[in-house]
Design a protein around this ligand. Structure first.
Ligand SMILES: NC(=O)c1ccc[n+]([C@@H]2O[C@H](COP(=O)([O-])OP(=O)(O)OC[C@H]3O[C@@H](n4cnc5c(N)ncnc54)[C@H](OP(=O)(O)O)[C@@H]3O)[C@@H](O)[C@H]2O)c1
Length: 229
């Protein structure tokens, strides 16, 4: 990281289940990481927990709006019910940036049932709300937070969808930095399958008493599988 620009990543709603694991992994890889929240004190507490785990005081905390303004790439980790409202609130600040959207359009209580929004997927909904000035990329939907918090190779691959090839590349770099195997899964409209797959994985968890089911891409080229197992 030392010879190139170190990017700043803002994890919006980073105080929940997914945010801390990603923050720990990206800070470990040398990125500047900001935990964003509606409540700065909550962000501060979670950032302190991540820093304690890192053994370094490097992860910062901010209100979501300030975090977006301070970042190069934003990562959205909020429940689907908060998706539209947070995007509308942050729309202006996100212009010109890449937004990595982890959202799965789960509809309680039937989280194990695929229920996609009329836009096709949560990521397409985000793109519609934000407009062409933001490059939305869908990623991390199929990885349980349980694995992200573990200090070992994650037994789940990450499918990355987005209409901008450059933004997909940037997201794939972040996936690799988080020590996961990522695959370019094509345009944003393909996020319908990736997001829908999460409901199938949740159903498998419930029916088979699996802790955190995931997916793996098999076949050639095997050199894509760079994880140290
Ligand atoms: N959990 C998993 O294993 C997993 C795996 C893959 C993908 N996902 C997807 O990733 C996203 C995040 O999952 P998560 O489990 O981390 O979510 P979460 O823990 O339920 O919530 C994350 C954060 O979202 C913020 N939030 C909640 N309601 C909000 C609202 N109305 N407006 C604005 N912010 C709100 C909260 O932050 P503040 O209170 O600090 O603002 C909360 O800490 C979800 O869409 C989920 O489907 C989850």
């Amino acid at each position: 990281m030392s010879e190139r620009l170190i990017l700043t990543l803002a994890i919006l709603g980073g105080t929940g289940k997914v945010g801390p694991g990603l923050a720990y992994r990206w800070a470990s890889a040398g990125y500047h990481v900001i935990i964003g929240s509606r409540t700065p004190e909550k962000a501060e507490r979670v950032a302190a927990e991540v820093n304690e785990r890192l053994g370094r005081d490097v992860v910062r905390s901010m209100a979501n709006e300030e975090a977006v303004q301070s970042c190069d790439i934003a990562v959205l980790t909020v429940p689907y019910e908060a998706h539209t409202s947070i995007l509308e609130a942050l729309k202006d600040h996100l212009q010109g940036k890449v937004l990595v959207d982890t959202t799965v359009p789960l509809v309680p209580p039937k989280e194990g049932q695929v229920q996609m929004p009329s836009a096709g997927s949560a990521a397409q909904e985000a793109q519609e709300i934000l407009g062409d000035g933001v490059d939305v990329v869908a990623a991390f939907q199929n990885v349980s937070h349980i694995h992200l918090l573990e200090d070992r190779p994650v037994p789940c691959d990450v499918l990355v969808c987005g209409d901008s090839e450059e933004a997909r590349k940037q997201a794939l770099t972040l996936v690799a930095a988080a020590k996961l195997v990522g695959w370019d899964a094509g345009p944003l409209q393909n996020a319908v399958v990736v997001e829908g797959l999460t409901s199938i994985l949740i159903g498998i968890n419930q029916r088979y008493k699996v802790k955190a089911a995931g997916i793996r891409i098999t076949g050639e080229p095997v050199e894509n599988r760079a994880d140290p197992e």
